[in-house]
Ligand binder design. Structure first.
Ligand code: SAM
Length: 288
């Protein structure tokens, strides 16, 4: 096997972590260029289908995105029970908007994405991820820095989803106490903030920092878990913050809401929802 710096050219080697890399074979390259914010690459892998990376880090794949997008939308929306207005920060591939808009009860989804190039390239090269979400009249797409939007916006939302890159480059501002404080101010009563919070086995400090900020802001601050194969290193932590009682919703209520939604899923079920909050000690120790 080649050493880490001489992988064959037809492999994409993700170097997000100091001591761990993820390599994906490129069976076909569609795009590889930079916007003012980041390098966008779209290629195909025989197992995961089309893949987008930003600055070399896997963001979304055709094959496993359903896990991440279902768990960051249906968990807060069904736990809330009456979510009408949803805010997505990031989410340029459109997968988060796709799943949120499946809820007929959701009247508006505002999506604040810093890089219009990601939206355009995903529409062209990964149309199956957004699956028409960008054409839904309930979607309001804003091209802006999510941190600026959160500071300046005056609207209130029932669910806020931070679907950002990792805390490097443009995504870094979305992992700060200031940003979380501004997000809390944008939550309607009973509103829920959920966040992409990395893979705790390899990015434990990121989760610890977010949970420290959430505990200072919310009556209920925790995370829940979902395992997405191409977010390598084990289960991913999804941050959860609210002053409401939504996490206490019982299985019967969740099941009735899920049935009423008429949404078909490939990962989410009410049982998976409740089970996702059962944290193993190595994670619960990280959140304090
Ligand atoms: N599922 C991926 C993950 O877990 O890493 C995230 C996918 S989505 C493509 C991440 C999006 O966040 C990208 O489109 C990126 O442009 C956007 N983004 C990064 N920093 C941002 C910021 N400060 N404001 C708004 N969007 C941002």
């Amino acid at each position: 096997m080649t050493d880490r710096d001489s992988w064959p050219a037809d492999w994409n080697v993700e170097r997000l972590h100091a001591d761990h890399a993820q390599a994906l074979r490129i069976s076909r390259e569609f795009y590889d260029s930079a916007t003012e914010h980041q390098r966008i690459r779209v290629f195909e892998n025989p197992t995961f289908g089309r893949i987008m990376t930003l600055d070399g880090v896997v963001q979304v794949t055709e094959a496993d995105n359903f896990i991440y997008h279902e768990m960051l939308t249906h968990v807060p929306i069904l736990a809330h029970g009456a979510a009408r207005r949803v805010l997505i920060v990031g989410g340029g591939d459109g997968g988060m908007a796709r799943e949120a808009l499946k809820h007929a009860s959701v009247e508006q989804v505002t999506m604040v994405e810093i890089d219009g190039g990601v939206v355009e390239f995903c529409k062209e090269y990964l149309p199956g991820i957004s699956a028409g979400a960008f054409d839904d009249p309930r979607l309001d797409l804003v091209i802006a820095d999510g941190a600026d939007f959160m500071r300046q916006n005056a609207d209130l939302y029932d669910v806020i989803i931070v679907d950002s890159t990792d805390p490097v480059g443009p995504g870094e501002v979305l992992f700060t106490d200031t940003f979380y404080g501004h997000a809390k101010a944008r939550l309607a009563p009973g509103g829920i903030l959920v966040t992409q919070n990395g893979v705790p086995f390899l990015q434990g400090e990121e989760l610890t920092n977010t949970m420290r900020a959430f505990r200072a802001l919310f009556a209920d601050a925790t995370c829940y878990l979902a395992t997405i194969p191409t977010y390598a290193g084990g289960p991913m932590a999804l941050g959860w913050g609210t002053d409401g009682a939504a996490r206490g919703v019982d299985l019967a209520t969740l099941s009735a809401r899920f049935a009423a939604s008429g949404i078909e899923t490939d990962y989410y079920t009410p049982e998976v929802h409740l089970g996702a909050f059962a944290l193993p000690p190595y994670v619960s120790r990280l959140i304090g």
